[in-house]
Design a binder for this molecule. Structure first.
Ligand code: NG1
Ligand code: ZN
Length: 533
């Protein structure tokens, strides 16, 4: 049975604010950090129960609000293989978070244990981490109380990135097995990535200096440790790495700033030279956006779609060189936010699937390919290799030196790429591998296809739940009649495309539009926005 008395004692110290309600959305719970005490306490209990459900395997809990403002925070649960919490349990999380009183919480827990048939005698193991937000330490304390309340054993991974936490979860759960994912420490993570990177770029000339904008977030901590290990092959200069300047996190910097405003952070503009490449991480280092200045000094964006095109083409080429073209199926997963030009480019070469926004949808769709490349336009993404495919790479007998090299490179890629979740630093190394192999400049990479001008705007509405979608969020089914009006507008624009969906992480409706020319894309977004408002 549940330790009701202990849970009650602790839960009373972490009472739910009566005026608030919470929802486990695409990024877990996310809101003002100062309101999350009871939520994080309850999430810890849920994570412990999830661990019991998985026979004591370790569950992860990450405290972060990613690219959102510094005063926000959030919490999400990581499954034993390092992927996102199963959808059915998101509902349980929401239910627990909204139980009004301690007694209601206990009742909800009892119902949950019954309904999901949890054997309470099993052990519970949870590993947790947080980003650099000021509200982090208090929320970690709330989490630890939750673990104490249910008698779970916890491991504090400290202040680290979201992808490192996902890596740790999978590494802990595969320790000592033949599927061992890596040594379960930050050092193990760095060692795994950098060893693979050095193998992949051996015999290539060193890369030119790369600017890395850390958004004044936790990515800087890991990047600082990464830089010296690879400096001979990939010199890196970090900017926006001040972790103790109040208000600096994600402020005028980072991947979300660059992608949303389609310009350089002012701090990057000061130092980026013509022809030079740079990249921006987001606040928890699970997204990355690249850019460069062309010969006229104009800003050019290399977003998640461009990363997908670059890396997928490279993997396909290696698979061909390895003689595995007929047995290893490479595919791409995108969302509706993918630039239409990228979708066209990729569809001419590979199977492409469009899914709803949210990493879990992309991740699960990518699992259906032998090699599944998924990237959101905003720079969140990774590549998944099926177990069978990794085995094929390792056991295929090469018939030529070229085939042997291709197979070795493929094996190294499976180690370089963080397959649990999008990982800015792992993705950065992946991009740099391809650029080094192709001897591409930013401009050459950029020329794979030409982006359609596009605009993404937020619209505040009275009730965003009134907006319902179908066809991977590309069409509205409600409010009635609105989709017809959008279609009518879109038809008037050359290469026009626009869609409207409710955000899963903010209380807004997002409007996306693209068209053949800049002014038209802006105008279409503005006019569709006018229909929604
Ligand atoms: P919402 O708020 O549901 O649009 C945003 C991003 C997603 C994803 C999640 C999780 C856009 C348009 N949306 O979701 O791609 O990254 O946050 O962080 O970028
Ligand atoms: Zn993030």
């Amino acid at each position: 049975t549940l330790p009701v008395e202990t849970i009650t004692q602790y839960a009373d110290k972490h009472a739910k604010p009566s005026e608030l309600s919470f929802q486990y959305g695409t990024a877990g719970f996310r809101t003002l950090g100062s309101t999350l005490d009871s939520v994080v306490f309850r999430v810890a209990i849920l994570a412990a129960l999830r661990s019991k459900k998985h026979d004591g395997r370790t569950i992860g809990v990450m405290i972060t609000a990613s690219h959102n403002p510094e005063e926000d925070n959030g919490v999400k649960i990581v499954e034993p293989r390092g992927d996102m919490l199963e959808a059915a349990w998101e509902v349980h999380a929401t239910n627990l978070a909204n139980a009004p009183t301690t007694a209601d919480l206990i009742a909800s827990l009892e119902t949950l244990v019954q309904a999901t048939k949890i054997d309470l005698s099993k052990p519970a193991n949870v590993v947790y981490a947080s980003d650099t937000r000021p509200s982090g330490p208090a929320l970690v304390a709330s989490l630890e109380d939750g673990l104490r309340a249910i008698g779970a054993s916890g491991r504090n991974a400290g202040i680290t990135t979201t992808p490192v936490l996902h890596y740790l979860v999978r590494s802990i759960n595969t320790k000592g097995t033949e599927d061992s994912y890596g040594v379960d420490s930050e050092e193990g993570y760095l060692e795994k990535l950098t060893t693979a990177y050095k193998k992949l770029v051996a015999n290539r000339p060193p890369s030119p200096l790369l600017l890395v904008d850390c958004a004044n977030g936790v990515g800087a901590l890991i990047a600082r440790k990464l830089a010296p290990i690879i400096q001979d092959v990939l010199p890196i200069r970090l900017i926006n790495e001040s972790l103790d300047t109040p208000g600096a996190l994600n402020k005028n910097s980072g991947a979300d700033f660059v992608k949303t405003s389609q310009k350089l952070p002012p701090s990057v503009a000061e130092v980026l030279r013509s022809g030079q490449r740079g990249c921006s991480l987001d606040g928890d280092a699970d997204r990355i956006i690249y850019y460069y200045l062309d010969e006229r000094g104009s800003f050019r964006l290399l977003d998640g779609d461009k990363i997908a095109a670059l890396t997928a083409a490279f993997i396909v080429e290696l698979v061909k060189l390895a003689g595995l073209e007929s047995s290893v199926r490479v595919g791409i997963v995108q969302t509706a936010y993918a630039n239409g030009a990228s979708t066209k480019y990729l569809q001419e070469r590979l199977p492409v699937k469009c899914v709803a926004t949210g990493v879990k949808h992309l991740h699960h769709a990518a699992e259906h390919y032998d090699v599944g490349v998924y990237f959101e336009a905003n720079g969140h993404g990774t590549v998944l290799f099926s177990d069978e495919t990794v085995k094929t790479f390792k056991t295929t007998e090469p018939q030529s030196p070229a085939q042997a090299t291709a197979l070795e490179h493929l094996v190294s890629l499976t180690q370089l790429i963080n397959q649990t979740v999008g990982d800015a630093l792992s993705d950065m190394l992946l991009v740099e591998v391809v650029l080094a192999h192709k001897t591409y400049t930013g401009a050459e990479w950029d020329s794979l296809y030409v982006d359609l001008p596009n605009r993404l705007v937020k619209v505040s509405v009275a009730d965003r739940t009134a907006f319902k979608t179908e066809d991977a969020e590309r069409r509205l089914t409600s409010p009635a009649g609105l989709q017809g009006k959008i279609d009518e507008l879109v038809n008037r624009y050359q290469s026009g495309r626009s869609f409207v969906r409710p955000s899963g992480t903010e209380d807004v409706v997002r409007v996306y539009a693209e068209a053949a020319i800049r002014g038209q894309a802006d105008e279409l977004a503005y006019r569709v926005g006018g229909l929604v408002y």
